[in-house]
Design a protein around this ligand. Sequence first.
Ligand SMILES: Cc1cc2nc3c(=O)[nH]c(=O)nc-3n(C[C@H](O)[C@H](O)[C@H](O)COP(=O)(O)OP(=O)(O)OC[C@H]3O[C@@H](n4cnc5c(N)ncnc54)[C@H](O)[C@@H]3O)c2cc1C
Length: 472
Amino acid sequence: MKEYDIAVIGGGPGGYVAAIRAAQAGACVCLVERDRVGGTCLNRGCIPTKALYSTAHLLQAIRSAAAHGIEVGEPRFDFGRAASRKDEVVSRLVGGVEQLLKGNGVEVFRGEASLEGPGRVRIRRPDLTGHIRVKKIILATGSLPTCPQTLPVDGKIVLTSDEILAIKELPASLLVIGGGYIGCEFASIYAAFGSRVTIVEQLPALLPRSDRQAVREVEKALRERDVAIHTETSVESLEVGDEGVTASLSGGQKVRAAKVLVAVGRRPNSEGFGFAENGVRLEKGAVVVDAGMRTSAEGVFAIGDVTGGIQLAHVASYQAQIAVANALGGEERADYRVVPSTIFTLPEIGEVGLTEEDCKSKGVAVDVGRFAYQASSKAVCAGETRGSIKIVAAAEDGRILGASIVGAEASTLVAEVAVAMQQQMTAAQLGRLIHSHPTLPEMIKEAAEDTVGEAVHKIGRRTKNRPEGDRK
Ligand SMILES: Cc1cc2nc3c(=O)[nH]c(=O)nc-3n(C[C@H](O)[C@H](O)[C@H](O)COP(=O)(O)OP(=O)(O)OC[C@H]3O[C@@H](n4cnc5c(N)ncnc54)[C@H](O)[C@@H]3O)c2cc1C
């Protein structure tokens, strides 16, 4: 029987990247996927949501066209066509991943894999069950939406992110339970499409891990679109009828909605595949790994959402690289100090490293640099003056500790700060880089300069009086 050097279980951004990386390194690799390759990210996560987000963004831009002298009236929006376009985007990208796997010589098995003892993986399909022999295994089985018993998901009216991405008609009203990034992204998108949206969040604020100022900007934009936001509130019961649902909130209010999105978190997908039975230690359902992505079972690695760490596609892909290197005899360790991420609300939030609030709670003294989009010439030209940039630098030595950006292209802008952080630059060094004019990244330069009181297009802050040689 053929023995593979590496078998990857799960074909999401963790698994398919691991398989390709291993094949590029010359290993004999197979990938087992029970559904379509691309995983949650490509089929039910990042990509379909961002296809819809692009539509919402365009709709918003068209609505503000009159400011440019372009009169289009209220655009006629066909949700069904937007949903079909989203499906086409997904299919096209899934096809791309299939081609990449094939082109790199990765053997793809369709079916559900489980561990069956050292070096043995079972692959089960409705029509047959087979086994393969492998030297090393990488678990990349991802995560699933959390569905609390009190919020009975029926897939028709009460939905998770999986089902809401499959609906073909725009709901007149949508109740979003959970004000994390998934809930807030859907709320922004559906509010822009014209649904009446309500968000209910148990905690005192939406997006609790993000910069407070950035979140306030998003909340303001949501309220301008008539989104009702209930924080420090829980949904006590849901009464589902033919026409929709009535939710009873902890404050005594009732909310009626055509559809409900339950977005209260995701849990590692680790049960039923023989992990624990074969020595893979789990903690609260997550596969426990060391910095080299090794599990407690010899020759078994795990990456991505199933490890219960930072649940982001690019983190899963990064871990794939580490796991493959180590499965092939290397000694690499994951480092999560610089992980940029984006919350695709309207406006979007781009963030990396620590927030100002994180630094305060850790007792780290910081210099904070701020710059507003309304002071950027490019933002004014584009009519995108909403938002701000904040860079947080260590007061001790000026090293950049983090950035939070809310506004147009925040997702792109944050990448520059991530590179600067990776290079351990100080904010003053970042501020001295030449930036092309007129562009949005000039705001990064200004915010970086502002940490030492030297932003040019900003008044009201005195330059720190430091001698030239003393500048960080
Ligand atoms: C609505 C939504 C929006 C998101 N947006 C973003 C975003 O904008 N940016 C971002 O970075 N992240 C985003 N995420 C998170 C991102 O999708 C995940 O972090 C990422 O997909 C995790 O990758 P993974 O490879 O660990 O697992 P997954 O992508 O979940 O892939 C796991 C794969 O394993 C397969 N599988 C599971 N068990 C078995 C088995 N026993 N045998 C065979 N196959 C199996 C599954 O079918 C699946 O294809 C979003 C998530 C959601 C839900």
